[in-house]
Design a protein around this ligand. Structure first.
Ligand code: SF4
Length: 462
């Protein structure tokens, strides 16, 4: 007897295209929106042609970013025509509508519900109890082995060059138990590296008076130190401790408390601190939080406790009123601070930022000359620091494995050391990694060579 198997044919689910612009925080927003839409039964489209609706998650931080956002909307309109705009630039709906009257909807930054509702209106979901599943850990736009963990929105500071508080509002911290639950799910789903992000990670919980919540039967405060200690205890299914990296930390006194956690191996020995400048008069004009004058002492103390700590920072050159003496002060400060990783930007006025009204605009050619000088200085510091790593054995996390060499079959790979955050820092290029390694593997390598930003090495033979 033969049985006839009837396949149930479901109607095709609507498909969503996503263009995500701007910073990692925006990327996390895009992931959240896509996760919600996926759980509502939508499918993703990798191209414009296959999408029923295209979402453009915009960035409005700098005027150049706004330009880029408008260009992206224009492209999506031309290629598809059914476009919903969200993100920071969504707060300027009239500018978008004036240029693109046909957009289906415009929603602002982190208005998840509104943007999801707009998608439902534009292309209603088809309910299907059999296929409405979200992969564990949600949908991710980053590779599976690292994930951004957003702990708060907004910022209580009012740096004169920044419009984020006027777009995103004051600091709103997530509950500590929600943050830890999300981190635990990510790690269970295969994340080997957690990148903690916010506008000001060291201010986490200030708005909720560090409200404690129960987590695994004990009270944990919404505080950077408590969070870091708990994240450091997570383990993957096969018992691997994920790397935990703190980004956007300001040098408040309590930051000293996380350095011993790095020395004990609970946290990745890496701090991303956007100092922006060192000269007191420029910092004052920038209205920056924290007093840089004592920071050099603190950095020396941090290195005494955790000699392997990597300190990454960003600096702005050519801020209004910056004199040659101020700039030289910054270069001397960098000589003393010996920061491991540095990014520099030429000052760019942002529409709506108070800094635009400051006197003493620095001519473009002077900005450029200072930019070249700071880049040369920091590249030299970085090169010397990386040279000192030659011969050492360091743990790395694997990002990408190459194809076997046609002649000798050897396999190369790209990895990162604990000093390298994805996308922004250097790489460790590996030779002869052997077969069977995969992205996310953490193992020891011997460093054989170095240049200004990257290292070269080979895995330690077991
Ligand atoms: S700390 Fe300053 S630069 Fe950073 S988000 Fe807040 S206001 Fe902007």
């Amino acid at each position: 007897m033969c049985a006839t198997i009837m396949a149930t044919k479901f109607p095709d689910a609507p498909k969503i295209g996503m263009v995500s612009l701007g910073c990692p925080k925006n990327l996390v927003d895009s992931e959240r929106i896509l996760t919600k839409l996926r759980s509502d039964g939508y499918q993703m489209s990798p191209d414009y042609a296959g999408a029923d609706v295209v979402l453009v998650n915009t960035c409005g931080f700098l005027d150049s970013a706004k330009e880029e956002s408008l260009e992206a909307i224009g492209e999506a309109m031309a290629e598809n025509g059914r476009v919903i705009v969200t993100g920071c630039m969504g707060d300027e709906a009239d500018v978008i509508r004036a240029k693109f009257p046909q957009v289906l909807a415009v929603t602002g930054a982190h208005q998840y519900e509104q943007v999801v509702n707009a998608v439902h209106d534009a292309s209603p979901p088809i309910p299907n109890a059999f296929v409405d599943l979200v992969p564990e850990g949600g949908l991710k736009l980053t590779p599976r082995h690292y994930s951004y963990l957003k702990i708060s929105e907004g910022c209580n500071h009012r740096c004169s060059f920044c419009i984020i508080p006027s777009i995103r509002g004051d600091l709103v911290s997530r509950r500590i138990d929600a943050v830890l639950r999300e981190a635990e799910k990510l790690v269970q789903a295969g994340t080997k590296e957690l990148l903690v992000i916010s506008q000001d990670t060291s201010a986490y919980g200030v708005d909720t008076r560090h409200e404690p919540r129960l987590w695994k039967g004990r009270e944990v405060r919404a505080h950077m130190t408590d969070m870091a200690r708990e994240l450091g205890q997570l383990r993957t299914a096969d018992g691997v401790a994920p790397w935990v990296r703190l980004h956007y930390v300001y040098p408040y006194p309590h930051v000293d408390q996380v350095i011993p956690l790095m020395a004990d191996g609970l946290l990745t020995p890496y701090l991303d601190i956007p100092f922006q400048h060192a000269a007191p008069s420029v910092l004052k004009a920038m209205k920056r939080p924290a007093n840089e004058a004592k920071v050099l002492d603190r950095i020396h103390k941090w290195r005494a406790i955790c000699p392997d700590i990597t300190i990454r920072s960003t600096f702005v050159v050519g801020f209004p009123g910056e004199t040659e003496a101020d700039f030289q002060y910054l270069l001397d400060w960098l000589d003393e601070a010996q920061l491991d990783r540095v990014g520099a930007f030429r000052f760019e006025p942002v529409e709506g930022a108070p800094a635009n009204a400051l006197p003493g605009a620095v001519p473009e050619e002077v900005k450029e000359e200072r930019y070249q000088r700071i880049m040369a200085k920091t590249a030299a510091i970085s090169a010397a620091k990386l040279q000192a790593k030659i011969g050492r054995t360091l743990p790395v996390i694997l990002d990408e494995v190459g194809e076997p060499d046609e002649e000798d079959g050897s396999i190369g790979a790209t990895a990162r050391s604990q000093a390298d955050a994805p996308e922004i820092d250097g790489s460790v290029f590996l030779r002869d990694v052997g077969e069977g390694r995969k992205a996310g593997d953490i193992f020891d390598v011997v460093i054989e060579d170095a240049d200004e930003h990257d290292l070269y090495g080979v895995p330690v033979q077991d």
